[in-house]
Design a protein. Structure first.
Length: 103
């Protein structure tokens, strides 16, 4: 009789452990599915941003600043530096304020 009670208690404990294990596997499965969906969304967003960056580069490529074509520069090249101020404190850079007009 005592042996039967021990077997029943062990079986109950085992069933409880199996249920806990099933819940853990279920949570892992849910997390894996969520991660998979997130990866798909990120891949789509990355592709979209890449397209937007290419479009922006084409748009910006139409402009030149100080005679420098920024689109033609490589990533390692730096744009021309801004001219240093002269001794009197004035910049040697051209003033574009005269060309500014409000809309």
């Amino acid at each position: 009789s005592q042996t039967m009670e021990e077997i029943a208690a062990a079986s109950s404990e085992q069933a409880s452990g199996v249920d806990e294990l099933n819940r853990a596997v279920s949570q892992i499965d849910n997390t894996t599915q969520q991660n998979s969906a997130t990866v798909e969304e990120l891949a789509s967003t990355s592709d979209h941003l890449s397209n937007e960056a290419n479009e922006l580069a084409r748009t910006v490529g139409r402009f030149k600043v100080s005679g420098i074509d920024y689109v033609q520069q490589t990533k390692t090249e730096k744009p021309a530096s801004i001219p240093a101020k002269q001794k009197n404190g004035r910049s040697t850079a051209p003033s574009y304020q005269d060309d500014f007009e409000e809309f």
